[in-house]
Design a protein around this ligand. Structure first.
Ligand SMILES: Cc1cc2nc3c(=O)[nH]c(=O)nc-3n(C[C@H](O)[C@H](O)[C@H](O)COP(=O)(O)OP(=O)(O)OC[C@H]3O[C@@H](n4cnc5c(N)ncnc54)[C@H](O)[C@@H]3O)c2cc1C
Length: 503
């Protein structure tokens, strides 16, 4: 019996999750990856202190990963050491205000009460309840659903009428937060969660307040860095027969008889019953893989674009205020950050997020850092722009009393234009289509495209960006391929490679 050949283009987390599921189910999986290593945006850059995470730094929504491992007969904890973060983040404002948020809600509430008073702590508790209700109401009909529909959402609202109030459908996140919090600094803090999916707080729907709940449920660091997650998924997929080819960009999709049948690289041609694209779906629309796939997704599924970022990844010792694993140094005025970004420009003052990957380590030890500053997608830039960006970041940190030794050089910086090169056709946008607008969630492409034989997974596809969401997209894509294969196959798929059967 012939195993159905599947070509997966891209070894980002979505592609890896799908490769694992499909190889476990007996498909003949080949992954073609343009970069020299798996992980995509979950990448590292070398430093004298070891590889520095230059993408995501923590894991949230742990059940998504537990489910993936369980479905292929594995146990997450046997394969990866995850350490819970008891303090989510330390936040500094330039007027000297400091606030820590913790994994235990009561601890966060007391920290808020101590810093901003009891009223602010009550606001926080009410907001957290609301975010939890929203998350629970939308998990099934939206995140876990392969193709969410307005009807599914309406049914959820009918079942649970309170959820419509929690969704606040005609408010932006920023407007909702203004109604929830009396303390402007908390509006700024919780508004920043919009940027986790590439949105601007006063442009994205209030529904995105649920992102706080994704974090409130727990945050884990991965021992050895986030990249270990990618390495582990690859290892498990390989053990089930999947093949990986690195430094191998797919250049063209070939259509025969109305269906994608082959994938071409510079010097190879692969036959495929199913092709799963894990790159930015805009690449298909823009013809980066040839004319056969330009109609795979409509323009509105890939525009407008989500945010990009300026990212510094380096190792150094530091001097200054105590850092946590995650430390946030806020811009003085939110509007000075987001108005320029909305207009397509780099802001002069922007919130800076620092991950001290080796925390807790004494400040005098050389350790690894990632600094992220939001920036618009689509920026073109000169060498001077890059230099100015780097100078601005470190000047701003110096205002908070923070300095590094040695100062990182230019190679530590990745800008929107460089992200566009790393992730073709993305325009540097790190989260696919922008989450702005009430209907954004329904406009994102789903696993099945308009071109038979071609499927999508990754942060640019439903249910959206972020490591857990892209992992879920891999699950949706694998399920779609298995389902479509079962419709066309005269005989069942080959026996699975060990372990328990796939759900
Ligand atoms: C700086 C930064 C910080 C982040 N922080 C967080 C965080 O804290 N938490 C969180 O959950 N998420 C975070 N994210 C987002 C998260 O990293 C992404 O949403 C997720 O990793 C995207 O996975 P993906 O499946 O879309 O694949 P991607 O990571 O986009 O990878 C796609 C892969 O496809 C390959 N590819 C594309 N086209 C081709 C082709 N033609 N041929 C061969 N290969 C191709 C690319 O080389 C790439 O390796 C962050 C991202 C960045 C950049």
């Amino acid at each position: 019996m012939r195993a159905a050949p599947v070509i997966i283009i891209g070894a980002g987390i979505g592609g890896l999750a799908a490769a694992l599921r499909l190889s476990h189910a007996g498909f003949d999986v080949t992954v073609l990856e343009a970069h020299p290593a798996p992980g995509g945006k979950m990448r590292t850059v070398p430093s004298p202190a070891g590889p520095v995470d230059a993408g995501p730094t923590v894991l949230t929504m742990r059940p998504v990963f537990e489910q993936l491992f369980e479905d292929v007969g594995e146990n997450l904890s046997d394969r990866l050491k995850l350490n819970p973060l008891t303090m989510f983040a330390r936040h500094y404002w330039s007027d000297g205000t400091r606030l820590d948020l913790f994994s235990k809600r009561e601890e966060s509430a007391s920290a808020i009460a101590e810093t901003f008073g009891n009223g602010a702590a009550k606001d926080f508790s009410k907001f957290s309840d609301r975010a939890a209700r929203l998350f629970n109401a939308l998990d099934k009909p939206m995140m876990q659903s392969a193709a969410p529909t307005q009807l599914g959402l309406t049914l959820e609202v009918l079942r649970n009428p309170r959820s419509i109030g929690d969704m606040a459908p005609h408010k932006t996140l920023h407007r909702l937060l203004r109604g929830c919090f009396r303390e402007p600094k908390l509006i700024q803090l919780f508004g920043r969660y919009a940027t986790y999916v590439g949105g601007i707080p006063d442009r994205v729907p209030a529904i995105l307040s649920l992102i706080w709940q994704a974090e409130a449920q727990g945050v884990w660091t991965v021992e050895g860095g986030m990249h270990q997650l990618a390495e582990t998924l690859m290892k498990l997929a390989k053990a089930r027969g999947a093949r990986f080819q690195f430094d191998t960009p797919a250049t063209r999709l070939v259509k025969q008889g109305g269906r994608i049948t082959h994938v071409e690289t510079a010097d190879q041609r692969f036959a495929a019953d199913f092709v799963l694209f894990n790159g930015d779906p805009r690449a298909l629309h823009e013809g980066h893989l040839g004319p056969a796939a330009t109609t795979a997704v409509p323009a509105e599924a890939v525009t407008p674009r989500s945010l990009s970022a300026d990212v510094m990844a380096f190792s150094a010792t530091y001097n200054g205020p105590q850092l946590a694993h995650h430390t946030v140094f806020f811009a003085d005025r939110e509007e000075d950050e987001f108005n320029p970004i909305a207009g397509g420009n780099r802001p002069d003052d922007a919130t800076l997020y620092i991950c001290a990957q080796d925390h807790p380590t004494t400040a005098s030890t050389r350790q690894r850092f990632e600094i992220i500053r939001n920036a618009p997608a689509g920026l073109t830039e000169t060498q001077e722009d890059r230099q100015r960006c780097q100078t601005q970041i470190f000047d701003r940190l110096r205002q908070f009393g923070l300095s590094f030794d040695p100062m990182p050089d230019r190679t530590a910086l990745t800008t929107p234009m460089q992200f566009d090169t790393l992730f073709p056709a993305s325009q540097g946008s790190l989260y696919g289509r922008s989450p702005q607008g009430l209907m954004a969630a329904f406009k994102r492409p789903t696993a099945r495209t308009a071109v038979p034989g071609l499927y999508l997974c990754g942060g640019g596809a439903h249910p959206g960006a972020g490591v857990p969401m892209a992992t879920l997209s891999g699950q949706h894509a694998a399920a779609a391929i298995m389902h479509d294969h079962s419709l066309t196959s005269p005989s069942p798929q080959m026996a699975t490679h060990g372990g328990m059967s796939t759900a």
